[in-house]
Design a protein around this ligand. Structure first.
Ligand code: 13P
Ligand code: SF4
Length: 319
């Protein structure tokens, strides 16, 4: 208890000395979420993380999340020092969309506008016309559809299918997926809904379509979180990474939150909806990074400027 308290004080002091803030994603451990807020940083979804870091005057941004989130901040804020807690903190969508193959796929369809999810490398963002996150993908694809543009979507096939279904846009898709969200199971969710008929079902759109179809609210982590505050329900079934429960309980201590069933639920773990890369983030790694300056993000300038153009389009669209 006190050792942890001492460590937290030390981390806050080091951040202050280095003019640094911690920006955390909702999926990281709760101690890092709390520390982010204490440091003057924020807990947020991937779009808000990037915007917050971009607009904040701190000269060092420390990202508790995964690599693409830190890279996004660096692309938008090249003059800031951006540090990631663990260099190995990846994302299956990013890993599954290597630049050479993706670029060749785009070259085969030169008439299409390339829209990529933020969960990609800086090189893939540089190849794209637009970068989007889950909180704004639908609006941007609707806008492109209305302009008569045909779309190449990458890399999440489930989010892509959801957008295609909602907008009717002409889209062809890269076949990537999130190893966490693809495990949610529709049949078991239907059973759970029957047992809790008063619960609202909240689903992140990286989940399979059959699961999305059962949702009362589909959206990014922040949209799902807002729904738990705004809907009158006292009970929620939640299909996203389980780090989100920390903020849900904090905002609504009187409400009940149930993890949606995954392939492994019940057998080996209660929810199983854990991102192994998000869970690499911890206080010890933050201490290491602050003491050594390790894991600083750098992006080659020619790649960065191209990626910045497609990212800024999203940020400007959101403003
Ligand atoms: P959000 O944009 O909703 O934060 O999602 C990012 C992510 O990695 C989801 O798994
Ligand atoms: Fe990537 Fe899925 Fe982990 Fe999010 S939860 S970082 S999409 S692997």
């Amino acid at each position: 208890e006190t050792a942890e308290q001492d460590l937290r004080q030390k981390l806050l002091r080091l951040m202050k000395e280095q003019d640094a803030i911690l920006v955390s994603h909702y999926y990281v451990d709760e101690d890092l979420q709390d520390l982010a807020e204490e440091s003057g940083g924020k807990v947020a979804d991937s779009l808000e993380m990037a915007r917050y870091a971009y607009e904040h005057e701190a000269s060092t941004i420390i990202v508790a999340g995964v690599k693409f989130m830190a890279e996004t901040s660096k692309i938008l804020s090249p003059n800031k020092r951006v540090l990631l807690l663990d260099k190995e903190a990846e994302c299956s969508l990013d890993i599954g969309c290597p630049i050479d193959e993706f670029s060749a796929f785009c070259d085969e369809h030169p008439d299409r506008t390339v829209v990529v999810y933020a969960n990609t490398s800086a090189e893939v963002k540089a190849r794209a016309d637009w970068v989007v996150t889950s909180s704004i993908a639908l609006e941007i694809c609707t806008y492109l559809r209305d302009r008569g543009e045909k779309i190449i979507w990458g890399p999440d096939r489930f989010l892509g299918s959801y957008i295609q279904k909602e907008t009717g846009a002409d889209m062809i898709m890269w076949q990537g997926s999130c190893i966490v969200h693809e495990e949610f199971k529709a049949e078991a969710l239907l059973e759970m809904k029957k047992q809790h008929p008063d619960a609202a079902v909240l689903v992140h759109p990286e989940s399979p379509m059959s699961v999305v179809d059962l949702a009362d609210v589909v959206g990014s982590t922040s949209k799902i979180l807002n729904a738990t505050r705004e809907l009158p329900n006292k009970k929620f079934i939640v299909a996203t990474e389980d780090g989100i429960f920390h903020k849900m309980k904090e905002y609504s201590p009187d409400k009940e939150f149930i993890a949606a069933p995954t392939a492994g639920s019940g057998a080996t773990c209660k929810s199983c909806a854990q991102c192994p890369w998000m869970k690499m983030n911890d206080l010890q790694r933050l201490e290491h990074v602050l003491e050594t300056g390790d894991n600083e993000i750098s992006i080659e300038e020619s790649v960065r400027t191209k990626a910045e153009r497609s990212l800024k389009r999203m940020v400007d669209f959101a403003n």
